[in-house]
Design a protein around this ligand. Sequence first.
Ligand code: B3K
Ligand code: ZN
Length: 858
Amino acid sequence: PPLIHLAEYRPSDFLIDRVDLDVRLHPSRTRVTAMLALRPNPAGDPTAPLRLDGDELALVALALDGQPLPEDAYAVSPSGLVLSAPPRRPFTLAIVTELDPGANTKLMGLYRSGAVYCTQCEADGFRRITYFLDRPDVLSVYTTRIEADRDEAPVLLGNGNPVEAGALDGNRHYAVWHDPHPKPAYLFALVGGRLGHVATRFTTMEGRDVAVAVHVEPGKEARAAYALDAVVRSMRWDEEAFGRPYDLDVFNVVAVSDFNMGAMENKGLNIFNDKYVLASPETATDADYAAIEAIIAHEYFHNWSGNRVTCRDWFQLCLKEGLTVFRDQEFSSDMRSRAVHRIAEVRQLRARQFPEDAGPLRHPVRPTAYAEINNFYTATVYEKGAEIVRMLKTLLGPDAFRAGMDRYFAENDGRAATVEDFLDAFASVSGRDLAAFAQWYARPGTPRLAFRTAYDPAARTCDLTLSQSLDGGPPLVMPVALGLVGPGGALDADCPDLADGVYVLTDREATLRFRGVTERPVPSLLRGFSAPVRLDGALTEADHLVLLARDTDPFNRWQAGQSLALRLIRAGGPAEAFAEALGLLLDAEAPRDPAFAALMLSLPGEGEVANEIEAEVDPDAIHGARKALRAALGRALRDRLEDIEARLAEPVGTPYSPDAAAAGRRALRNAALDLLAAGDPQAGAARAAARLEAATNMTDRLAALGTLALIPGDAREAALAAFGARYADEPLVLDKWFALQATIPEPGTPERIEGLKRHPAYALTNPNRVRALVGSFAFGNPTQFTREDGTGFALVADTVAALDGANPQAAARLLTAFGSWRKLKKSRAVKAEEMLNRIKAIPGLSRDVADIVTRTLA
Ligand code: B3K
Ligand code: ZN
């Protein structure tokens, strides 16, 4: 597929100031009349034709300044509409198009999710509604009139504020919405359908009274209460933390069941995958509640970081996504435990972004070329993009960071901005030169940070040498939070190079001298994971044990445990010392901070272990070694784990609360169950079955089922069957059940999945179902996905092939599971390559899948 390059960016030759839309909803023949107020862009080419984007549209009529256009004045092609000699003055174009929402399986543009009409326009779906300048630097003021059958779509929602509504003949009705804030087309949205809702009001810091509502499938209103509360908390937090008030009279969230990703930040009308809205104790886990809170916040925060200030072009995607992820992470940290949340963020980064950055799909946080932009909504753009913002805050300190954010919003409000605009705001408020720091946006790959220490007990000095590398290129600006720790705790040593415990490494190598070091120190580096790098360890087991027990930085205590576990998984050896240290930690932390203690008990995932291995990755060996370590820990810690299990049992009748403290207790108790079962599967199966029986909420029920799922036998099969029957009418719960079975690390799993594909609730047309069943297998079952007989790869490849025609975006995303194929043991890699080549050879492949397969094989 042809590439689009950042270097070739040119402003649009035309601008569209106003858009008046009239949308007459119909299941198969929806008619859209667009009235566009156009004018030549002073910054564009004054001789250029007018090229409007279009995709799978039927053009019904076209008029310029009210006059129908003669046929030789324009040309229609599959990619759009071209006027060869447009006026060189302001003019209007009236365009009538017809589309078939019911046949729109790509879930881009206007489509139907069940009986609900909805839209998804980012990145380039608006061109599937009408012909348009579908690029983020064309900002227009929209007025949308929606008309529909009253029974089919009693609720009609648009961007901005409602201005008018009324009845029409023939059981039809209409609503008019006006959005005063100029926006790019990707933020357009409308919804029409039978929906119930929950609502509240919020008064902004400016005194604006906002009607807030969450719309869901009728009958599920009670499950929207948590999401509604999360909206209000997000609104308040963005005022307190960033001084950003909401700017319309209404804020609507709509949940739909067929959606390609998590949610979408359309102006005043966020549309969500229902998985990230609907929650009840009986159907959602603590993790679901946390994800709902985070995604509601994320989309809401986009109102400023993304909507008020948008992106000049899609290369700048991290400008809104990395920044907004950072903002939602800060929000969640404030709502929950900061340390625990930081650990969760880093786990996610390592599980998803590190492998991406080390494989064929690697790209800079700001890419310089793409074939299909929808393939760049990646962990690198989002998660690594957020890490860059976090580093900026660490470098500048909280006050200058906040001042820079204020400057950025003030200078770019109503504009389509770039990464340079963002950095300029911070440079100007702080007086700092951020040119070298900007390299983080440009260079792909995970940098390495290495260190060595030289301790002189007589002089009481310790020299700490840090060195960095990334593909042999120039050094990056790397904030390294650090300190020294001794067997008695943090050492109070003096180092003039540190500011607030942070050293900013700008050279390839630097040596810091600490004075007044009274005992042999262990360096605690990259506290709080202050930069997204790999730390090459020169620490001994004893050093890690010191950090695990004594570091003042909770992230690095957790990290020390992870490092010890990684060592044992990779090299084997006795686990006694590690188990003993974990035991002491549990004694201290389990009563104090159960969520943290639970994280200490969870070992690095199989993917994280694979990250550490350069080549010839053998997922079976990793799985076996990890399982053995878990078994050893389960046995060694048995008494303590049993004690935790007993102590943390909730008194019968305790009502469920999704708050962080209660969730932390459940997490620890369930982690204890899981580790106990690893140590003694027979007793574990009985224990898990009993816990399953006694569970009063989905968190505990699913955790017990998950433990049981790893222990083959009749008890497991019976429990799975009972769970499937109990939730037969709850698709979001069945997704958990699909995912759990798809990740069983046993040879029978591909066959089990084939069986589940025939389950009445499974549908290739629903992205949640496919992700749950096939996506969980591809991304979460390394031993079976990469099997030497190739059946795992084939299962996923067949799904990609079956899905591509209908939903290319979903197909392409699934295909990224092959990203690390080259690192696999040869016998597995050849099978992956064979499958990739088979996909590549399919005629008529979508651009989305063609792009991923080509890059993966390159
Ligand atoms: N901005 C959307 C993602 C759109 C994906 C388009 N393929 C959701 C978000 O990041 O908030
Ligand atoms: Zn986003």
